[in-house]
Design a protein around this ligand. Structure first.
Ligand SMILES: Cc1ncc(COP(=O)(O)O)c(C=O)c1O
Length: 468
């Protein structure tokens, strides 16, 4: 054992350096590796620990050992000036629509929209649940499921939410058609046309476009790539401008992928409470962290605060189900129920009952345990490829969850122009300016990593690098 484990570690390190094991790959299980080499489990564990200490691999809870992205990766340290720009109306709708339409075109390599490839989704379990409900719940399935939505689904959602902090009653949960509708209803409940809404910068472009359609102005608060929303910049901005609401994704924001600490989440809620401003918390990626523990939510940490919590099953079960929800108490609940009714009467019944079944049976949790590691691997692999192919001066985010990568290109590259040219050659990417209401992030792009890694994808990345 004294030298054997070192030999194994050195051999694996060589294999990693020469690309036999690529970033994001899972190393063989300790037991099977030991059996295959005819050595003890302790020897293989010692070899893996040595590689872990040297930064080659990382252990993921209950999942195994994975190859880490290269050490030469340049990470983004700060993406914006530390103060908020004045509030602005939102633009960029045409490019957003082109990206969204590209997402349904099989001829295009999809690195633009944040939609997982179906191979990451539990499509068999979803199909079985949908078919089962359609068969067993014929009369209910044929009827409207009036707001606030299916009681069994709302109970399951409240039960899961209560595991991330304080208890959330099922009464507070209103089912929506995805998280996009949840955000739209929450904004409509607390703002009127012409109001200013504070958002993280960069922010999810779908949110900015909902705001634009409601006649709201965006007050962009800079966000740190790892720590999240800059609370000092928020404090300065709130002293200066009258703000009607604040929308933040504290867990695995899109596009930066940071996860705010509990202390920073509490400080955010307290700061907004001092000004009487409701928080709209977007937690659509909250179940997709790479760490051991599901992160807390602002709503869970401070259930009595003025928080409208929005999420959906689009990034986990399937975007096509279109099942999301708002959890909000007090005066907001009735208003949101009414707004949901006037917008679309109700969300489809069968998907609501199918999702309730997937939650109740435990299949959702089992699926999450498996897919988190796959998303972490996909991000590691994309990070490595970007650092390999893209020109010097490229820097990337280090997401703590989710499946998107924020890429800073050299100063002279125009991400919008790049996205247009790439699309004309069959590759979709999201240009950075979409994530700002004030034209920031011109030399940034966002890449969705939840794709099947094949020769076509590799070629698309080489093609992108050439265009840059
Ligand atoms: C941060 C964020 N919020 C909301 C949404 C919308 O989610 P849904 O598809 O459930 O409407 C998305 C989808 O990309 C997102 O990234």
């Amino acid at each position: 054992m004294p030298t054997l484990y070192r030999d194994i570690a050195e051999e694996l390190a060589r294999q990693i350096a020469t690309g036999v094991h690529r970033p994001g790959d899972r190393l063989p299980g300790v037991r099977s590796h030991a059996q295959q080499r005819g050595v003890s489990v302790a020897t293989v564990v010692a070899a893996y620990r040595k590689l872990e200490d040297a930064g080659y691999i990382e252990a993921r809870s209950r999942s195994g050992f994975y190859v880490r992205a290269r050490q030469t990766i340049q990470t983004i340290e700060s993406t914006a000036a530390p103060v908020a720009a004045p509030p602005r109306p939102v633009t960029g709708q045409a490019m957003a629509m082109a990206l969204i339409k590209a997402a349904n075109d099989p001829g295009i390599v999809q690195l633009g929209a944040a939609v997982p490839d179906p191979s990451y989704l539990p499509t068999n379990a979803v199909a079985r649940a949908l078919a089962g409900i359609a068969r067993t719940e014929r009369s209910r399935a044929a009827a409207y499921m009036m707001p606030p939505g299916a009681p069994e689904l709302r109970r399951q959602i409240a039960r899961r939410m209560s595991q991330t902090g304080g208890s959330i009653p099922a009464d507070e949960v209103i089912i929506t058609t995805g998280c996009q509708e949840a955000l739209s209803l929450a904004l409509r409940a607390v703002t009127v046309r012409g109001d200013v809404v504070a958002v993280e910068s960069p922010a999810f472009y779908g949110l900015l476009h909902v705001m634009e359609s409601l006649g709201l102005e965006a007050l962009e608060i800079p966000a740190h790539p790892r720590e999240g929303l800059a609370l000092d910049a928020l404090a300065l901005a709130l002293d200066r401008w009258k703000v009607a609401a604040c929308v933040v994704s504290p867990n695995f924001s899109n596009p930066l992928g940071y996860c705010m600490s509990d202390d920073r989440k509490r400080a955010l809620v307290e700061r907004l409470a001092q000004h009487g401003i409701p928080l709209i918390e977007d937690d659509v990626y909250g179940d997709l962290g790479f760490g051991n523990r599901r992160p807390s939510t602002c709503k869970g940490l401070m259930p009595q605060a003025d928080i409208l919590y929005c999420s959906s099953f689009s990034k986990t079960l399937s975007p096509g189900l279109r099942i999301g929800w708002v959890a909000a108490g007090g005066r907001h609940r009735e208003r949101i129920e009414y707004l949901k009714y006037v917008t679309s009467i109700a969300s489809p019944t069968v998907p609501q009952l199918a999702v309730a079944e997937l939650l109740e049976s435990g299949r959702y949790e089992r699926y999450l345990r498996e897919v988190r590691g796959r998303y972490a691997s996909a991000v590691a692999r994309m990070s490595d490829a970007v650092m390999n192919y893209f020109p010097e001066g490229t820097r990337i985010s280090q997401p703590a969850g989710g499946f998107v990568l924020w890429v800073e290109l050299p100063q002279d590259v125009d991400g919008f122009d790049l996205a247009r040219r790439a699309l004309s050659q069959g590759v979709s990417i999201a240009p950075g300016t979409l994530f700002s209401a004030s034209g920031k992030f011109r030399n940034f792009i966002r890449l969705s990593c939840a794709r099947v890694w094949d020769a076509r994808l590799e070629r698309a990345l080489v093609q992108l690098a050439k265009l840059i």
